[in-house]
Design a protein around this ligand. Sequence first.
Ligand SMILES: NC(=O)C1=CN([C@@H]2O[C@H](COP(=O)(O)OP(=O)(O)OC[C@H]3O[C@@H](n4cnc5c(N)ncnc54)[C@H](O)[C@@H]3O)[C@@H](O)[C@H]2O)C=CC1
Ligand SMILES: N[C@@H](CC=O)C(=O)O
Length: 340
Amino acid sequence: MKTLRVAITGVGNVGSRIGGALEERAPEFARRFNADVRVVGVSASTEGLIDGSGISGERIAGRTDFVSGLTGQRFFDELEADVLIEAGPSNYVDGAPGLSHLEAALEGSMDVICVSKGALVVAGDDIYRRAAEAERQVRVSGAAASAMPTVDFLTYDLAGAQVTRFEALLTGTTTFVLDTMYRHGWDLDDAVAEAQESGIAEPQPEFDVDGWDTAAKLVVIARAVFNAGIPIESVPRQSVKNVNEEQIDCWKQHDIVPRLVGILELDDSDRVTASVQVKCYPKSHPFSLAEGSMKAVNVSTKRMGDYSLLGGASSLDATAAAAIKDLEHILTCRMSSSVQ
Ligand SMILES: NC(=O)C1=CN([C@@H]2O[C@H](COP(=O)(O)OP(=O)(O)OC[C@H]3O[C@@H](n4cnc5c(N)ncnc54)[C@H](O)[C@@H]3O)[C@@H](O)[C@H]2O)C=CC1
Ligand SMILES: N[C@@H](CC=O)C(=O)O
């Protein structure tokens, strides 16, 4: 049986669940791929743990035998792993600490799974170039709307379809906030506090509310799907903060529902432009049917017509599952290439 050694950087809301999610799937991986998939290293901001014999989900979440200082470069110097799952903070200024984690992992010939978005937003080009040079994979489901298939849907299912427009609810927090304001009369602050309580809002929730999270996901998707480099600062953004009670009343009278959407449009030369907008939709539109922290995607293509997907609500378990989905795709590639 082949062993696949997995490391995780960032043991917060999401990272601490990834170990348990992997443990749950391990017997299936053993059966289907004849692979022993185990976590061999985890690092948090000031401490970490490396154990080649495997680290259980309980040890990751409990952190009782973490070693002080085993993080950052020291962690990578001591780590021997095949795949890194990066689940630290998303930092759109310089990509730290995720960027140096991804660089060290690719340097060490690991495939990388990004749950955090900062490094991809700040240095997507560089990460994909390094990965190509190292002949390693970059998987980004967790950073590109997690449980809602975006990159995989566009690159695999719609391969060759020639996408012309992608319009989507990519941030569960803003769907939740607008939905509770519209349907239940909540005020913005209460709705944001509830989203924080459930762990889906960013540590600084204005990243969600002001459209940065949606913009970041558009940047990640544009790079992964269309090989387009879009600077996040160039993405025009609208904020949910500016939605007020009078507007909500007016939209209700007109039977239309507000949502924060991210849009990618491709022109005839395949040039991609991105924007984040508060838009209203008729009540029967799939985006209006997205309740709570659900997401939704509308895609127009030249060769296969139009699509709508609805689902993929933001949740910590669903995000951990999306990272394990990426791991499964890596496993599939690694196993098939070892057969050839
Ligand atoms: N919460 C969610 O529903 C989702 C979150 N994400 C992204 O996943 C990432 C993690 O999100 P959460 O777990 O909610 O955030 P979190 O703030 O709970 O966890 C981040 C963890 O990274 C740790 N960390 C900070 N510096 C570090 C370093 N130098 N080395 C190793 N670890 C370090 C922090 O101590 C913290 O525990 C974020 O980038 C977020 O944008 C993506 C999809 C969904
Ligand atoms: N803050 C995001 C979660 C991570 O991508 C959301 O609300 O969907």
